[in-house]
Design a protein around this ligand. Sequence first.
Ligand code: ADP
Length: 190
Amino acid sequence: MLNIVLFGPPGAGKGTQSERLIEKYDLVHLSTGDIFRANIKGETELGQLAKSYMDKGQLVPDSLTIDLLKSEVIKHNEPKGFIFDGFPRTNNQASALDQLLDSMGTSIKMMLSLDVGEDELKKRLLKRAEVSGRADDANPSIIENRIAVYKRETAPVKSYYADQNKFFGIDGMGSVDDITKRLFDSIDAN
Ligand code: ADP
C-alpha cells in the first residue's frame, strides 16, 4: 500500500494537494478536519465536542481523534493506500497510527511536509474564510493560535518520521500546479 502523511501548518494547502494525489495514485483521502466538520454539520455528539476545541484553534484531544481515525480507516476494504491529511498532529497520534497500520500488515511510506512562510499562511487562511465559512479561518487571533499550536505540538511530529527516514520536505510556495509537481516527483523518486 502507498500510505502517505501529507503534513504542514494550517493553510499550507494539504486539502488542495490531497485532491491531486488521490486522483493520480488512486488513494483514499482521510482528513480529520473534514471528518470533524461533517460531524458538526450532522450535529453528532462527537461534532459538538470537537467544535468546542476547533472554534478556539486548539487540538481536539488525542483519544477522541485517534478513535475516530481508526474507525474511518477500517471502513475501507483493501485500498491502494491512504493520504492522511491533518493527522497525525501529535507524536501520540503518530505512534497510534503506526500501531494501527502495523496490525493491518502495512506502514507509512513517507511524510510529505509542505513548507510555507507564516505571512503567506495567514493570507491564505483569510482568503479561504471568504469561501469556506469556517469560523476558525476568519478570525486573526484564532489563526495565530492555530499557528502557535502547530509550532508547539504538531511540528515535532516531523522528527518522528525523520527518525524513520521517512521525512520529505516540499517547498509549498508558488502555484498549485508547481507544488503538485514537486509532490509527484518526490513520491515517484522514493
Ligand atoms: P487546517 O490544517 O487548515 O488547520 P484542518 O481541517 O486540518 O485545517 O483542522 C481544523 C481543526 O480541526 C484544527 O484546528 C483542530 O482543532 C481540529 N483537528 C483536525 N485534525 C486534528 C488532529 N489530528 N488532532 C487534533 N485536532 C485536529
